[in-house]
Design a protein around this ligand. Structure first.
Ligand code: UDP
Length: 241
């Protein structure tokens, strides 16, 4: 693996959950948060790091809400995938406003607003220094954008999956409910299974472990979290084989 500048990884995939884009009251997009992310991606691209970004849609809709909404699960999943396109377009706009060349590629055909996802074309964009924003999930219901992130990271030959979340790493128990929860900075995939820790859904987790793709779980809200994770600093939790 050849590093770029002071960054540890040559090509990385960043997964940002929809929550990372949500306003405080979770009713709309917080464009300030999107701008903070865009300026960090600009720094990565300027140093020659190749960047793909998978965007979630949970700030708008998740398939799991289907029952509560009275909508069939598969339909709600498609709605969730469409939500990721909305978030991806917001990130694309913020990146371009920062002078970062960007392409949005979707697994669902919406050719008026973005390109279809084609692996070789995505690789070419990254080689040319463009951020590739991957939206529309995998294009199939019953999956998540974590699974999308793991699958695309493997498919695109990324050195790492950086998973930006609202929690600053993996804990031995849920820190929201246990004051004595302890953060675990370094874990193997086997540790996660043996200790039954919750990191991401099973499909995503298996894709990472079986394909030897290291995963860093870290907090999205800080101003420089993405850059620190990309430098390989000890933030959040690193999970590896
Ligand atoms: N989704 C899907 N297939 C995919 C990716 C996403 O059906 O390949 C749907 C699913 O309903 C999911 C929603 O899109 O709940 C939004 O994605 P996700 O919940 O992963 O977003 P995040 O939690 O990262 O914001």
């Amino acid at each position: 693996m050849t590093s770029s500048g002071d960054f540890k990884y040559r090509r990385l995939l960043l997964k940002v959950s929809g929550e990372g884009f949500a306003s405080e009251d979770a009713t709309t997009l917080d464009t300030e948060r999107v701008k903070v992310l865009a300026s960090q991606l600009r720094a990565l691209i300027s140093s020659g790091v190749e960047v793909a970004c998978v965007i979630g849609g949970g700030n708008i809709l998740r398939g799991k809400q289907s029952e509560q909404l009275g909508i069939a699960r598969a339909t709600a999943d498609y709605m969730g995938m469409l939500a990721t396109i909305i978030n991806g377009l917001a990130l694309c706009d913020a990146l371009e406003a920062n002078g970062v060349p960007t392409r949005v590629m979707s697994s669902i055909d919406v050719h008026k607003v973005c390109e279809p996802f084609i692996r070789r074309r995505a690789l070419r964009h990254m080689e040319k220094g463009r951020v590739v924003v991957l939206v529309g999930g995998l294009g199939s219901p019953y999956f998540t954008t974590d699974s999308t992130a793991a699958q695309r990271a493997v498919e695109l030959g990324c050195d790492v999956l950086l998973k930006a979340t609202m929690v600053d790493g993996v804990y031995d128990k849920d820190p929201k409910h246990h004051d004595d929860a302890v953060k675990l900075p370094d874990l193997t995939f086997d540790d996660v299974l043996a200790r039954r820790l919750r990191v991401m859904d099973q499909t995503a987790f298996t894709l990472c472990s079986e394909n030897d793709l290291p995963l860093v779980v870290f907090e999205m809200t800080s101003q420089d979290g993405v850059l620190r994770a990309a430098r390989g600093e000890a933030i959040g939790t690193l999970i590896h084989n």
